[in-house]
Design a protein around this ligand. Structure first.
Ligand code: WT7
Length: 681
């Protein structure tokens, strides 16, 4: 990606805070005593020799079939890097087999269904091992091989974990698609990956409603259109869905005849362990490729370093398995650590906004990882829904997905953490596989709105547009420098050019450009500057913690015959953080009533992208600002919906459209615009 002059503009829009007003919290003595890491010298030790640091962690946390070549802790071939080159291991083996001697009867996954009258399920390590082995054999029986892509459209139920781990066992790549995306999104992803098998469910429960996934796949004829050879259906609700003879099979049916043991495949440092589609700055979602051994090292270390996960802990990450957080910290991380993880099927506010708090009390959750948008929503429901619950089991809170505003931070810290539990704000991305920046629970500090320092061994910086590190208090771009972090992506499936364009073009092929803005706040820990993340500086939105590309929504709307042009930007929203706002130019003479057109647009977006991307504001205008080359200047549109400075207008081909836009959006921001006089028109 090349964001060119955007940095300057974004920097101007950033309002400086008063550092004196920042509240700083530190770990309690109890936490310091218990924590695996409580000595800040870990930072200096790791930065002296990052490779040595990571190699030490790799030996500690992962069992290797073969270790890496001694002189190749990391092999750098910009813009590619290969950590622990030559290693051989298996992620499923590390999550299950190696734990059996010590705790085969320990709970691996505790599952809470959404309907309150249904009973929970507990899968021990042995249970999971048994089921995963069988399903690995089922997959083999269906012709799935090492390197085949298995598409998974499944909710938070134990079978999803079984399917994912079974893929790991045989070296197949799972591509898990979020259930709030549309069947069309499943189809696109299957096509892109050349995937011939889909694993899904008859249905599941979300906010009391039955969501029939297989039916939706059939209605959209996804399997026919991609030429799928097989579809495996987990019967979650005894839905009795239509099954096509010879192509569709019930999970249980296949499992009945399956062999009990499947030898774990040897996965090398050159292999991929899964694909995960994510939104970028251009067009269609692209598949990030993750490694096996190196990814495992990053994820396993952060379970201890950031989450301080002890054997007796009960870890709950509320993220859905369809996102990287669900992969790394809802599944692989906790199991790599031999811990117990909680999975909840449904919505946070069903049947009441107390559901999550009830679950914490019921099971005695000790570490709770969630997103600011969820906290804002539950807080908005009113404090009465929190009162009276027993949170004494909790010892650590964590946040992810977007910057957490100080107000929400403090509410979470006080009401749920009872001012006792550290709150760590973990910054990372689908691409980084694991956490990159966060304060550590036994070291601190915990500052509302500030993510913290980079993790030990992670070489990052904040640069200005010329590539120079910014001064304290100045805004810049977040980058990761050599030797990067072991859990980071190994490439983009079938799209090497986009891999370079997205991450390695802003500062060249030796500096990973994350797409986020940040500030060094002027305080340090262990010699490391503390960082405040200010959010995306590109065309990627975070809607209720879900990453969406503006381009995908634009493509969906552009397909409507009434539409000439559309531009999507993120509009601030009190609970969701951002929501998609659309500027739509209709064909001349189109006389569809506004409500009707709104409905058409919403339907198009829900069908093509999914309910998660539903637009919340549509502005019908006669033109949108373009550059001479015809590129929509979204920065103006963003400024308009945010009531922020609009920035330089001199590059626009059609500045006169601004007046209409300002009126449509009821813009109340600064009126002075270089190259254009808003109030004079
Ligand atoms: C983008 C990545 C990483 C799992 C969830 C999202 C934003 C993530 C934070 C945080 C500020 C954050 C960034 C990033 N983000 N965590 N603690 N503070 N921003 O993964 O869907 O790949 O999105 O989420 O903008 O680039 P993702």
């Amino acid at each position: 990606m090349n964001v060119g002059g955007k940095l300057k503009e974004a920097g101007k829009q950033w309002v400086k805070e008063d550092p004196e007003k920042r509240e700083v919290y530190w770990p309690t003595d109890e936490m310091k005593e218990k924590a695996y890491f409580s000595d800040e010298r870990i930072y200096t030790q790791a930065s002296k020799d990052p490779e040595g640091f990571w190699a030490e962690q790799a030996k500690k946390f992962i069992d290797w079939f073969e270790v890496w070549d001694a002189d190749k802790i990391v092999e750098l071939e910009p813009p590619y890097f290969n950590w622990f080159a030559g290693n051989k291991t298996n992620l499923c083996y590390n999550c299950l087999d190696r734990h059996l001697d010590e705790h085969r009867n320990k709970a691996a996954i505790i599952w809470e269904p959404e309907p309150v009258d249904e009973v929970q399920k507990v899968l021990t390590y042995m249970d999971l091992y048994r089921e995963v082995n069988k399903f690995a054999n089922v997959l083999k029986g269906l012709g799935v091989k090492k390197g085949s892509t298995v598409t998974v459209w499944m909710p938070m139920i134990p079978e999803t974990a079984i399917v994912a781990l079974a893929c790991q066992r045989i070296g197949a790549w799972h591509s898990i698609v979020y259930t709030a995306f549309a069947p069309h999104a499943v189809r696109e992803r299957m096509q892109d990956a050349g995937s011939k098998i889909l694993i899904t469910v008859d249905g599941f429960y979300r906010r009391g409603k039955l969501i029939g996934l297989k039916k939706r796949i059939d209605e959209a004829q996804v399997l026919e259109k991609v030429g799928a050879e097989n579809c495996v259906v987990v019967s979650r609700v005894n839905g009795g869905v239509p099954m096509k003879e010879g192509r569709d099979y019930y999970f249980d049916e296949l499992m009945r005849g399956a062999e009990a043991y499947c030898e774990p495949e040897t996965i090398t440092s050159e292999d991929c362990s899964f694909l995960l589609y994510t939104s970028g700055t251009t067009g269609k979602p692209k598949a990030v490729m993750h490694s096996c051994g190196a990814y495992s090292v990053g994820v396993a270390l952060t379970m201890k370093l950031v989450f301080d996960l002890h054997p007796e802990d009960l870890f709950w990450s509320t993220a859905d398995i369809g996102w990287i957080t669900g992969h790394s910290y809802g599944l692989y991380g906790p199991l790599l650590a031999g811990a117990t993880v909680l999975w909840y099927e449904g919505a946070p506010d069903y049947p009441t906004p107390s559901r999550w708090w009830e679950i914490i009390e019921k099971y005695g959750v000790t570490i709770f990882y969630t997103a600011p948008t969820a906290i804002r929503a539950l807080r908005a429901a009113g404090d009465k829904w929190v009162e009276g619950y027993d949170f004494s089991s909790l010892r650590l809170l964590a946040s992810v997905g977007e910057p957490i505003d100080p107000d929400t931070w403090k509410w979470f810290y006080e009401k749920i953490g009872e001012r006792r539990c550290p709150l760590v704000d973990t910054y990372w991305q689908t691409e980084t596989g694991g956490i990159l920046l966060s304060s550590l629970p036994g070291i601190g500090p915990f500052i509302p709105g500030v993510a913290g320092p980079a993790l030990p061994g992670v070489n990052y910086d904040i640069l200005d547009e010329t590539g120079e590190p910014v001064k304290e208090g100045e805004f810049g771009y977040l980058v990761v420098k050599s030797p990067f972090a072991p859990s980071m992506l190994r490439g983009m499936y079938k799209k090497p050019e986009e891999y370079i364009a997205e991450y390695w073009s802003e500062y060249g092929t030796e500096i990973y450009f994350a797409g986020d803005g940040g500030i060094k706040i002027g305080q340090k820990i262990g010699g490391q500057p503390l960082i405040k993340i200010t959010g995306r500086i590109d065309d990627v939105m975070e809607v209720a913690g879900h990453r969406l590309g503006t381009a995908e929504i634009e493509d969906a709307v552009n397909e409507l015959e009434e539409v000439v042009e559309v531009a999507v930007v993120g509009k601030p929203h009190a609970i969701k953080g951002e929501v998609p706002a659309l500027f739509v130019v209709l064909k001349r003479g189109v006389e569809v009533p506004k409500e009707e057109m709104d409905r058409k647009i919403v339907v198009a977006v829900r069908e093509k992208v999914g309910p998660v991307a539903t637009p919340e504001a549509v502005f019908y205008v006669s033109d949108v600002p373009n550059t001479e080359s015809g590129k929509i200047i979204r920065r103006f549109l963003k400024g308009l919906v945010r009531n922020e400075a609009l920035g330089d207008m001199t590059t626009a081909r059609n500045p006169e459209c601004l007046k209409e836009l300002a009126e449509a959006t009821k813009y109340r921001g600064p009126q002075k615009i270089p190259g254009y006089n808003l109030s004079a028109v």
